[in-house]
Design a protein around this ligand. Structure first.
Ligand code: AMP
Ligand code: MG
Length: 333
């Protein structure tokens, strides 16, 4: 889909984005926009290109890159590298691709940085949930699998590029970081094509290249308990932004909201937050940390963000109260 001289208004899964097209009339170049359903979410690309056909081709390349990564990292695809590892890695070390190994290494870095709040072995319990069918594990089943959640069970061997699970039953899932990684890959690809103004979004993870015709892009943060309403708006350029929320994939039972972000300590849905947005230099980082802060809660989460120079956060707690990191205070996002 092409769009010229218009107000673009995408309703994203967890963040609503409003971008104003401001280019001068008469220019041949144009803003191009397209979206596709990949990685279980909506992937959308908006970019500025002097040549519409080349711009459209670049967008298709982005979608191809997302599909390539989905084939590799999806827990739902039987032949993905991730599924293979989940089946085999408790028996013997499994040699894996450089790219997958790299993502596992980064994931462990985030586990260490967040004191275990980010942990891809959450899936050892997480796979017992089915949010669409409102299925949750019993207390006994959760307790039985809880000791399997520990990123230190995952042994990475750099010489052999292999992964080994120290305990049978350990499962991993990269759902907390893969979309951000894919967004970064897409931005690299667009940059190599000489594109200087673009927005790539996958569900709650976005990255912005340059500005939007001389003005920052405006990113609206979804109000967690009001459909299609915005809690606050951020003006951003050349940065990434990720939102994790409890309002997309969830069901309720006995007054409890069961959603897809799992506290590694309890094996249950993290209950302190409704929504967490992290702003930073790249989407791998903001994706991993938005999930992490959702688990950590306001106090520990803000303490972490405020000691990391390249990050800011907007956190909305379970009462709907909004908190801003130090760098956002005073400038009313
Ligand atoms: P996001 O929407 O980026 O916060 O990612 C949520 C996804 O992250 C979930 O659907 C899971 O696949 C994954 N996830 C859930 N809990 C954790 C956790 N504690 N650490 C890492 N990934 C998680
Ligand atoms: Mg995330």
């Amino acid at each position: 889909m092409r769009c010229k001289h218009r107000v673009a208004n995408f309703s994203l899964l967890r963040a609503t984005l409003i971008a104003l097209s401001l280019h001068a009339p008469g220019l041949a170049a144009e803003w191009l926009h397209d979206s596709a359903a990949i990685m279980g979410t909506r992937v959308s690309v908006e970019l500025w290109h002097e040549q519409a056909d080349e711009g459209a081709q670049a967008i298709q390349e982005v979608f191809d890159e997302f599909r390539r990564l989905d084939d590799k990292l999806s827990p739902y695809k039987e032949h993905s590298e991730l599924s293979l590892v989940n089946r085999m890695a408790a028996e013997a070390p499994v040699p894996i691709s450089w790219e997958f190994f790299h993502l596992l290494e980064i994931s462990q870095d985030y586990s260490r940085l967040t004191d275990g709040a980010f942990d891809i072995t959450f899936a050892s319990v997480g796979h017992l949930y089915n949010y669409r069918k409102a299925i949750k594990p019993s207390h006994e089943a959760t307790q039985a699998s809880l000791p399997l959640i520990d990123y230190q069970h995952v042994i990475l061997n750099k010489q052999q590029n292999s992964v080994f699970f120290q305990r049978p039953g350990v499962q991993i899932d990269l759902g907390g970081i893969a979309k951000g990684f894919a967004v970064d890959q897409a931005i690299d690809l667009l940059r190599k094509r000489g594109i200087a103004h673009a927005l790539v979004t996958a569900g709650g993870d976005s990255r912005l290249l340059g500005d939007h015709q001389g003005r920052p892009w405006q990113i609206g943060i979804q109000a967690p308990r009001r459909k299609n309403a915005i809690a606050t708006t951020l003006n951003l350029q050349d940065s990434a932004v990720s939102t994790s929320g409890d309002y997309e994939r969830y069901f309720e039972a006995d007054g409890i909201r069961y959603h897809h972000i799992i506290s590694p300590k309890t094996g249950r849905s993290a209950a302190q937050m409704q929504s967490v947005t992290v702003i930073g230099p790249n989407a791998t980082r903001t994706d991993a940390l938005s999930t992490s802060l959702f688990v950590l809660g306001v106090e520990a989460g803000m303490a972490l963000i405020n000691r990391l120079d390249d990050l800011e956060a907007v956190m909305i707690d379970q009462h709907g109260k909004l908190f801003l990191s130090q760098g956002l205070q005073g400038q009313r996002p």
